[in-house]
Write a protein that binds this ligand. Sequence first.
Ligand code: ZN
Length: 306
Amino acid sequence: MNNKQILVSEVGPRDGLQSIDSILPTEIKKQWILALANAGIQEIEVGSFVPKSLIPQLADTAEIVKYAITIPNLTVAALVPNLKGAINAIKSGAHKISIPFSTSETHSIKNVNKNHKQMIEEIKKISDYILENNHNTHLEVALATAFGCSIIGEIPEDLVISLAEQIMKAGSKEIVLSDTTGYGDPSKVRKLVRKLKATIGDSKLNSIHLHNTRGLGLANAFAAIEEGITIIDSSISGIGGCPFAPGASGNIVTEDLVFMLDAMGFDTGIDLDKLFSIRDILSKALPDEPLYGYTANAGLPLGYKH
Ligand code: ZN
């Protein structure tokens, strides 16, 4: 990947859907994922292998993964909280699995009922399972709440760095920096990306996962790119929103991110007009959910060449 290429990793079918009450029918999800791929999206996190009782919106993840891997040139990612989820994801054929690891231990215990030591042990088990079964599944760990936690507040940078080192030692192939709470700002993003890359190795931190809770998502994405990040998570129409911040999208909005990158001359491989048209699928399927983002509503600038 040259420095003008950015991979936009779509997380709407996982992060977006898990934050809303409506349950999207499996067939509509398939249609949506295919439309994303046809617009040029090359990586999609299509679901999460968690118990149905916890997130019923994602209960069909195994079927969705099995479908998505039939789409050519698409990397299919899934979130897994533990070994059981990882085994199911691998058996379904997911190319990439992502384990959320809360740098806030309080959040970790509340979220997955495991402290840091137990989470490290779980990562080791998953990594061993992949090695023993000779699977090519790519294992990455997302450092959630890395910029702050809504229960305990600030997370010391040194803790984030030390956890990243332990996670890599436990067998993760890569670290994803995740601003779960939208506490990050461009300065903090720059500093943490730089420090993490210096500690775990430049090639071990390529991705960032941003939320737009306070409107700084795109600014944070740009700061991350300037520090060498090449994969940015976003969600089409920012679906999901933020329950604590009405009016704020959930993740950063894919349409706006792609417009920014495209306008700046980065190659994303994504067709903006095709991307905008996916909003129609969502507005029909989720009539009660607001769709976020500016670019699709405003249209492209007059004479825009892309
Ligand atoms: Zn998220």
